[in-house]
Design a protein around this ligand. Structure first.
Ligand SMILES: [Zn+2]
Length: 257
């Protein structure tokens, strides 16, 4: 889908002056309308479940917007179906035998109950040994597990941010790991601050790198335009295959976050 009605998984912060947000319902479809200082209409179907968002020039009235959305309904339906047909992870129970993704590989969880302090170890490139105290409930185990994810992602990001700021000649003020529902990363170009989704620790390291490079490129070009993709091609010529891999990978089960 490479016309202007692209699906966009990245939440770059566009520093536009004023945005008026509203919701309209068209043929059983809830559509978020963003009125902005722009010339063209942009239609997006957003993961994880195919939310529809349309950005329009301020002068357009509701009838115009409806006509536009209706003319694109087949395209919208196709994209919603795409998201809904993607395999989704079910909530983890943290029990022995369960599979868990980590840095792009699938591991089998091995729960070991013991009296010591909890710890998590990878064994034989196949198992995640999860040592916990007896009678811990799912939430407690999840908290420990996510803390481990965060630590591991932090280690990767420390190196990636240092390396890519050097390569690209840009400097950021701060980066943080966040739990986000629909974005792999965001960049606040004014504050020079980048947020990275905790979920990325499940993906291969080159996918984590790709998101970092994407967000760093926003310091050179705010919008997803030709110039932006020119930088992507220059710094990371294989970026398209990484993007494809991320888009096709298993989506997290988002309930309750
Ligand atoms: Zn972006």
């Amino acid at each position: 889908m490479k016309d202007k009605f692209f699906t966009n998984i990245f939440g770059n912060k566009k520093v536009t002056k004023e945005v008026i947000k509203s919701e309209i319902r068209i043929n059983n479809l809830d559509v978020t309308v963003l009125k902005k200082d722009i010339k063209n209409l942009h239609l997006n179907v957003l993961p994880p479940d195919g939310r529809v968002r349309v950005s329009v020039p301020k002068r357009l009235n509701e009838d115009n917007i409806r006509l536009f959305v209706i003319s694109k309904l087949p395209w919208i339906r196709k994209h919603i179906e795409h998201f809904q047909s993607q395999p989704r992870e079910t909530p983890r129970e943290y029990i022995t035998g369960e599979s868990h993704y980590f840095k792009g590989a699938r591991y089998i969880l091995n729960l070991i109950e013991y009296d010591g302090k909890h710890k998590i170890e990878i064994r034989n490139m196949k198992y995640i040994d999860f040592y916990v105290k007896k009678n811990m409930n799912r939430e407690q185990k999840e908290r420990i597990f996510l803390r481990w994810h965060r630590k591991e992602l932090e280690k990767e990001l420390l190196n990636i941010f240092i390396e890519w700021q050097n390569i690209m000649g840009v400097v950021i003020k701060e980066w943080r790991i966040k739990r986000m529902k629909t974005k792999w990363g965001t960049c606040n170009t004014k504050a020079k601050r980048i947020w990275i989704n905790l979920e990325l620790i499940k993906k291969p390291v080159y996918c984590i790198e790709y998101i970092v490079v994407h967000e760093l490129v926003h310091l050179l070009e705010n919008n997803h335009n030709k110039r932006f993709y020119g930088y992507m091609d220059k710094f990371m010529p294989q970026w398209k295959s990484y993007k494809k891999e991320l888009n096709e990978s298993v989506l997290r089960y988002y309930a309750g976050i």
